[in-house]
Design a protein around this ligand. Structure first.
Ligand SMILES: Cc1cc2nc3c(=O)[nH]c(=O)nc-3n(C[C@H](O)[C@H](O)[C@H](O)COP(=O)(O)O)c2cc1C
Length: 184
């Protein structure tokens, strides 16, 4: 295959992948999972989710995030009530100075969204949590063994759901695009 054909094939593949990512993940599977059911997450599934996280973009490519994978149901249950057996909670943390200046929060948010969409694309359920963050930072930092000088920014819960589309039927409405966009 010559160079031109290789480039065309590559562009076609990228278009197919991005079209699939857009339709499957952003518009149909972006809703927070509700109907978690008991069931284990395989290491391969977890790795795919974590890989999506480390591929997020970040300011100056600083990649400030750290992911603490909590498989212990006891510890995870102290962060998120009503967990279902087999759920995994990923604690996303960043250096405290980057949280104070806001950059770490945005960068971690991008990693969180990548993991959330990767999990939902793989047919798993996922939900993002920031409600418990103050309590996590006040009470659980040492038990979570967060890197020195880091604080938690968000939690990503992943688990099995009744079907990949269950969340869609229960999705919260979004405000209309024309109320959110201004053209100048
Ligand atoms: C940054 C962020 C923080 C969130 N924190 C929580 C939380 O603490 N507890 C919770 O039950 N859901 C939490 N959620 C889920 C949202 O409540 C949910 O995404 C929103 O209500 C829209 O619902 P939908 O995604 O199902 O359409 C959070 C979502 C985001 C993006």
């Amino acid at each position: 295959m010559n160079l031109r054909k290789s480039i065309c094939a590559g562009l076609f593949l990228c278009a197919v992948i991005s079209a699939d990512f857009g339709e499957e993940s952003i518009f149909t599977r972006h809703f927070a999972a509700r109907n978690f059911v008991a069931g284990e997450i395989t290491q391969a599934e977890l790795d795919a989710v974590l890989r999506a996280g480390v591929h997020a973009p970040s300011a100056n490519n600083r990649q400030p995030w750290h992911f603490t994978v909590v498989r212990s149901q006891e510890l995870a249950g102290e962060m998120i009530p009503n967990l279902v057996s087999g759920n995994i909670v990923i604690v996303v943390s960043a250096p405290e100075d980057t949280i104070k200046n806001g950059r770490g929060i945005l960068d971690c948010g991008l990693a969180v969204e990548n993991m959330y969409l990767a999990a939902q694309s793989a047919g798993l359920g996922s939900r993002i949590y920031t409600g418990p963050i103050n309590s996590v930072n006040q009470k659980l930092k040492s038990r979570l063994d967060l890197p020195k000088g880091y604080s938690a920014v968000a939690l990503v819960r992943i688990g099995r759901i009744t079907s990949p589309t269950d969340a869609t039927s229960a999705a919260s409405p979004r405000q209309p695009l024309d109320t959110k966009v201004t053209y100048k």
